[in-house]
Design a protein around this ligand. Structure first.
Ligand code: PMT
Length: 428
């Protein structure tokens, strides 16, 4: 058992798909069980060519989910999806990744995965050329952008004779990532987190407004990550074209003043806030109650007044609550972020250089530096879902300093599952 790990059972749905690495799913299963997990197994037909379902039935003392129609359960795919705290696809073939990326549900495994609302971890294993194929790469990116966490694949010599990337990650790495994700899914349990997202619209008249290019992707990803970590989440959202994240209460607002009111209101019962919105700093001093007529009314200059600063306002009276802000910078990113941290009085600033095409308004990825009073941590460019997980993990750490950092990329020692096979040939 991992030191400090709760002994209570955690429910893992292990999806085994067809490849030579399928047999390693038995070791993964044992590693999870040794760390207190309750595991149920679903297999594709191809996987049963490599390992018999009886093996998993003996190891779990439960029927293996093989077929949507031939099962002792009336709706087996939904039963499994709703039962699981986490879904682990290991090994994951190129085929199952493609089905997941496109929402295809044509067998027990793909149908149950489509029904899963829990976190999903995918451990790919395939031939190097299949992994490097642009279709697989794009599917992997799609899955990551939706918050699916990929472990591996590793690089080495593969069973088919090729050498390259495609090997199933080490068993203990997969087990560790699963345990880390399980811990993450409850480290904000009982906490209420307020998140702002998107732009604000500052009306000039009933049809015109001042705004910016924020899509809301970053804030929505943060809201999703906070919910995945077990928090009760209130998302105060400016006007965006994104669906509400599952399990998150969304308060829709338009202007900075409305965003301030909704945020202050929600923060009254909150433990923390993460403000990712791009709030308009100014609004027109006067909002016309009719559409201003070109030529007849003066539109050539608009008098502006400053909007309230939401981040500074809630930081001022936060007490022992945690407030995290963002800084969208175009130059001297870290220096400006530090100044912003001091000026706004929050606990942490997520600085992003929005001159980078891969880290800006509307992009699917971001490269951020977390700037604290005495710390600076730079991260590589990652999908916004992963950036969000980093920020939320940091929040959990700040709220409960004794909770270990839950970044699933950190490989922790796992029970007595460290006896690794030295073989190199396990995957394609
Ligand atoms: O929405 P996306 O398309 O995914 O883009 C993401 C993002 C670039 C908008 C996001 O990563 C980001 O950087 N958000 C903050 C944008 C911004 O307005 O930064 P700022 O440096 O102007 O503001 C600093 C902080 O103060 C922010 O937390 C902001 O929410 C807050 N603020 C600013 C002005 C104001 N009147 N009230 C505020 O609360």
């Amino acid at each position: 058992m991992i030191e400090g790990e709760s002994s209570r059972s955690r429910k893992v749905a292990l999806f085994v798909t067809g490849g030579i690495a399928s047999y390693k799913a038995c070791e993964i299963l044992r590693g999870l069980q040794k760390n207190g997990c309750d595991v149920r197994v679903a297999m594709t037909e191809a996987a049963t060519e490599f390992v018999g379902p009886k093996t998993f039935e003996a190891l779990t003392a439960h029927e293996v989910y093989l077929d949507v129609f031939e099962s002792s359960s009336p709706i087996p795919h939904i039963e499994l999806a709703e039962w699981a705290d986490i879904a682990l696809v290991a090994p994951a073939t190129a085929n199952v990744m493609a089905k997941m990326a496109y929402g295809i549900a044509d067998d027990m495994v793909s149908t149950a995965l489509l029904a899963c609302s829990c976190p999903i971890i995918v451990a790919p294993a395939m031939n190097v050329h299949m992994w490097e194929n642009p279709a697989t790469q794009q599917n992997a990116e799609t899955l990551e952008s939706r918050g699916v966490f990929l472990v591996g694949p590793a690089t080495g010599s593969l069973a088919c004779g090729d050498t390259g990337t495609g090997k199933l990650a080490e068993v203990d790495q997969i087990v560790s990532a699963t345990l880390a994700r399980l811990r993450a899914s409850s480290d904000l349990a009982g906490k209420h987190v307020v998140i702002t997202a998107g732009p604000t619209h500052e009306a000039i008249d009933p049809v015109r407004y001042l705004s910016n290019a924020s899509s809301g992707k970053m804030g929505y990803a943060v809201a999703e990550a906070a919910a995945a970590h077990g928090a009760r989440v209130t998302l105060v959202s400016g006007p965006v074209a994104l669906p509400a994240p599952t399990g998150v209460a969304v308060v829709h607002v338009t202007s900075a003043q409305e965003m301030l009111d909704a945020t202050v209101d929600a923060f009254a019962t909150a433990d923390a806030a993460i403000l990712a919105a791009a709030v308009a700093d100014y609004r027109p001093a006067v909002q016309a109650d009719h559409k201003l007529k070109k030529g007849k009314e003066d539109l050539s200059s608009i008098e502006l007044v400053e909007n309230p600063d939401i981040l500074a306002t809630i930081s001022k009276d936060r007490g022992d609550r945690i407030v995290i802000g963002f800084a969208a910078e175009t130059n001297d990113v870290i220096d400006n972020a530090k100044k912003k941290l001091a000026r706004k009085g929050c606990d942490l600033i997520v600085a992003n250089d929005v001159t980078r095409a891969d880290s800006t308004f509307g992009s699917d990825t971001d490269s951020v530096t977390l700037v604290g009073v005495h710390s600076e941590t730079e991260y590589p460019c990652m999908p916004k879902a992963e950036v969000a997980n980093v920020i939320v993990s940091e929040l959990a750490h700040m709220l409960e300093p004794e909770v270990p950092v839950t970044d699933a990329t950190i490989v922790l020692p796992v029970g007595d599952n460290n006896a690794r096979e030295e073989e190199q040939d396990s995957t394609c």
